[in-house]
Ligand binder design. Structure first.
Ligand code: 13P
Ligand code: SF4
Length: 299
C-alpha cells in the first residue's frame, strides 16, 4: 500500500498532511504530521497540486481557504469536529452590537462560515500570544470555552467573553480519572491540552497544544507522563522517546472522527479524487482574512 501511495503522490503531485490525532498508520504514511497551526502553515507554503488532509473537516476547509486554486481532498468527508459548529446563530452579531471595539477571536476548530465572521483565528499553540497582541480590549472567544478560559487567565488585561462550546473528547476527561492514574504513577508529570475542563487543567504540570506537549515530553528529564489529550499523540511520543512511559486517562480519550482517516481511504481518495473539500468563493475570501492575520501575528 505504501508503494502505491508513493506512486500516486508522484503521478498527481500530491502531498499528504496528517494531524497527531489521526491513526498511527496514517501518521506513518503522511509527508507532514503536526498540530493545527503547523499544518495550516504547511498547507499555505507547499507547492503541490493536490493536498490530502487527514484530519477533520475544518482542517480541510482551512487548507482550501489558504489555497483556493488547489484541490483539497479528505479521506472521509464526514470526519467532522462537533465543536466547530458550537456558536449560536446570530450571537456574533449581537456581541458586535453590544461592544464597539469587539474582536471576534476564532479558534481554528470552527467552520469556514464562523471564520468568515471573525477578526482573527488562533490555534491552541498561539492563542495567548495573538490575543495579547490585539489592540482591542473586548474579545469574544469562539467556540471553545476551555481554551478561551485558559487564554483569559494568561491575559488578564483583556475582557475576554467566553462562548459555551467545548470539545466533547477533552471535556470528558475528569479529575477522578487523572487522580487514578497519578496514584498508579506518582512520579509522572501531567501534560494537558487546554481544551480540557478547569478541574483537569488545575491538576496539571504543563498545559499546551499537542505539538507543545510532544516537545515538552522530549525535552523533559522526567521519564513518565500522564497525557490529557487524544490518544493519537502516543505515536509521536513513543517515536521520539522510546525509553519513556506515557499513560492516558482511562478510558483513553479518542476522537472517532479523526479515526475515520485510514490508509485504505487515503489510497482510494488519491486514486479517485472524489472527496473534494468545497468552500464557496465568498466564504473563502472572507475567511482568508482571519487566517492570514493569524499567520502574520504568530511567531
Ligand atoms: P491542536 O492541534 O492545536 O493541538 O488542537 C487539537 C485539536 O483538537 C485538533 O482538533
Ligand atoms: Fe474536535 Fe475534539 Fe476531535 Fe479535536 S479532538 S477534532 S476538538 S472533537
Amino acid at each position: 500500500m505504501f508503494k502505491r501511495i508513493e506512486q500516486l503522490k508522484k503521478e498527481k503531485n500530491a502531498v499528504i498532511l496528517a494531524h497527531y490525532y489521526a491513526p498511527a498508520q496514517v501518521q506513518a504514511l503522511a509527508d507532514y504530521v503536526g498540530d493545527s497551526f503547523y499544518l495550516a502553515k504547511v498547507a499555505k507554503q507547499n507547492d503541490a497540486d493536490i493536498i490530502v488532509f487527514c484530519g477533520v473537516y475544518f482542517m480541510g476547509e482551512s487548507a482550501k481557504i489558504l489555497n483556493p486554486d488547489k484541490k483539497v481532498l479528505m479521506p472521509d468527508l464526514t470526519a467532522d469536529c462537533p465543536m466547530a459548529h458550537m456558536v449560536k446563530d446570530g450571537l456574533i452579531d449581537s456581541m458586535r452590537a453590544e461592544y464597539e471595539d469587539l474582536a471576534v477571536v476564532c479558534y481554528i476548530n470552527s467552520t469556514a462560515e464562523l471564520k468568515s465572521q471573525s477578526d482573527v483565528c488562533v490555534t491552541s499553540s498561539n492563542a495567548v500570544e495573538i490575543v495579547r497582541k490585539l489592540p482591542n480590549k473586548n474579545i469574544f472567544f469562539i467556540p471553545d470555552r476551555n481554551l478561551g478560559r485558559f487564554v483569559k487567565e494568561q491575559v488578564p488585561e483583556k475582557n475576554i467573553i467566553l462562548n459555551d462550546g467545548c470539545c466533547p473528547i477533552h471535556a470528558k476527561i475528569t479529575a477522578e480519572q487523572l487522580n487514578e492514574e497519578k496514584k498508579k504513577h506518582p512520579e509522572a508529570l501531567i501534560l494537558t491540552h487546554p481544551e480540557c475542563e478547569p478541574e483537569v487543567v488545575s491538576l496539571s504540570d504543563y498545559i499546551g497544544s499537542t505539538a507543545d506537549i510532544i516537545s515538552f515530553a522530549k525535552n523533559s528529564s522526567n521519564t513518565e507522563f500522564i497525557v490529557c489529550t487524544e490518544e493519537g499523540v502516543d505515536y509521536q511520543l513513543i517515536t521520539d522517546n522510546p525509553q519513556k512511559q506515557f499513560y492516558f486517562p482511562n478510558p483513553h480519550p479518542c476522537c472517532a472522527d479523526m479515526k475515520l482517516n485510514t490508509p485504505e481511504n487515503v489510497v482510494s481518495v488519491l486514486e479517485n479524487e472524489d472527496r473534494v473539500v468545497e468552500v464557496s468563493a465568498e466564504i473563502c475570501e472572507k475567511a482568508l482574512i482571519p487566517l492570514d492575520r493569524m499567520l502574520q501575528l504568530a511567531n
